[in-house]
Design a protein around this ligand. Structure first.
Ligand code: ZN
Length: 385
């Protein structure tokens, strides 16, 4: 005869359900887990390689138990269901430690919970394992070893700019162990030994501008500025680059030409920009075909590949285009040429491959699909010129 589960049994079931889901997410290298209340169920979604995947539907009656369990884990107030809350907890899975940042948000269907998964290890990667072409990697390294000037990585959010900047910083640190390295970021995304890392905030007292002004007096040789967001930060970055510092930074723009035009629009005088800027790299990430199921093509019947949860992709690789500030481009910038003219000159640079051409390199090598490379065009079009 069927009987109703007791409250105690229900919570015990939910505790192990949440544990299992979080471990599954960690093993799937998910960056986030969402618990989203819908009319019929709590939809559980993982963000893997930047894409949200539905993984589970929990009966909606269990929503309060699910939310309470997650709140207890993060040390949040379980009886407050009307305010957003944020907390953290660490978790060990397969011998590795992860920080879980848990946030709750009240919606009309109940509380929604998001769990961000952050590996405790530094997470920095090697410059040559990111997927960049030899040409781009060489251009980046050659620009960096000059010791001063501005190296600018551009692309939309989630295009791996910070990972590349850190890979570069890490390699520079090994090549020049006695140099002084400083990063100024909002927020600090990776931890690196031997580097002074400063977290700034656009709302707080320590803004990018203020931190950078003071820092330049501390004589750093290599400076990583998380992102150029405003004209003040742009001006200081250029000033630092012109006074003997190597400045590595990122810029939110769709393509390389756009980055140059926008820096000029931010009030950087052309003669300063042409003297400071060494290299502009525009980067995107492409999902790579899952090696275990060969892109779900080997999966038999209804069996879903565990490695990629049936998506056919696991992991990501970078593609990029890099432009050097050569004499032709410099004089065009000094003449305040328009974006079209700059683009033409860039196209003529020897060894230059567009972002789309570089993405095709990964398709041709069988690392990703044509569909994934084609999706890049859409992103680029959306970002506009
Ligand atoms: Zn797979």
């Amino acid at each position: 005869m069927a009987r109703t589960e007791t409250t105690h049994e229900k919570s015990a079931g939910v505790v192990s359900l949440i544990d299992t889901l979080i471990d599954r997410a960690i093993r799937a290298t998910a960056s986030d887990v969402h618990f989203e209340p819908t009319d019929a169920a709590v939809a559980v979604r993982f963000r893997v390689d930047g894409h949200l995947v539905d993984v589970e539907q929990i009966p909606i009656v269990l929503l309060p138990n699910v939310v309470t369990r997650l709140k207890v884990l993060a040390g949040l107030l379980s009886y407050r269901v009307d305010i957003p809350q944020e907390g953290a907890v660490s978790r060990e899975c397969d011998g590795q430690v992860f920080d879980l940042r848990i946030s709750t948000f009240p919606t009309i269907r109940g509380e929604r919970v998001a769990v961000r998964i952050l590996p405790r290890t530094s997470g920095t990667r090697e410059l040559d394992e990111l997927g960049l072409s030899d040409a781009v990697r060489t251009a980046v390294w050659q620009a960096a070893v000059q010791g001063d000037g501005l190296v600018c990585l551009c692309g939309p959010a989630g295009s791996g700019k910070t990972t590349t900047l850190y890979a570069l910083l890490n390699r520079l640190r090994m090549e020049r162990p006695t140099a002084s390295f400083v990063t100024v970021e909002d927020p600090v995304e990776f931890r690196l030994d031997g580097v002074a890392q400063i977290q700034v905030s656009s709302h707080g007292e320590l803004t990018f501008e203020r931190a950078l002004r003071s820092l330049l007096r501390q004589d750093p040789q290599v400076l990583l500025i998380g992102e150029i967001r405003d004209r003040q930060t742009a001006a200081i970055a250029v000033e630092a680059a012109l006074t003997g510092h190597l400045v590595l930074t990122s810029f939110h723009s769709g393509n390389t030409t756009d980055a140059i035009v926008r820096l000029l629009e931010m009030g950087i005088p052309p003669y300063q920009l042409t003297s400071a800027l060494r290299l502009v790299v525009c980067q995107r990430l492409l999902r790579t075909i899952c090696a275990d199921c060969n892109g779900a093509m080997d999966a038999e019947g209804n069996e879903i590949c565990e490695s990629c949860m049936g998506l056919g992709y696991r992991g990501r690789t970078a593609c990029a285009e890099a432009i050097r500030l050569d004499a032709a481009l410099r004089s065009a910038i000094l003449d305040r040429s328009d974006a079209d003219h700059l683009r033409k000159l860039i196209r003529n640079q020897s060894g230059y491959a567009t972002l789309a051409e570089d993405a095709q390199r990964h398709v041709d090598a069988g690392r990703t699909t044509q569909a994934e490379a084609d999706a890049l065009h859409c992103t680029r079009d959306r970002d506009g010129d």
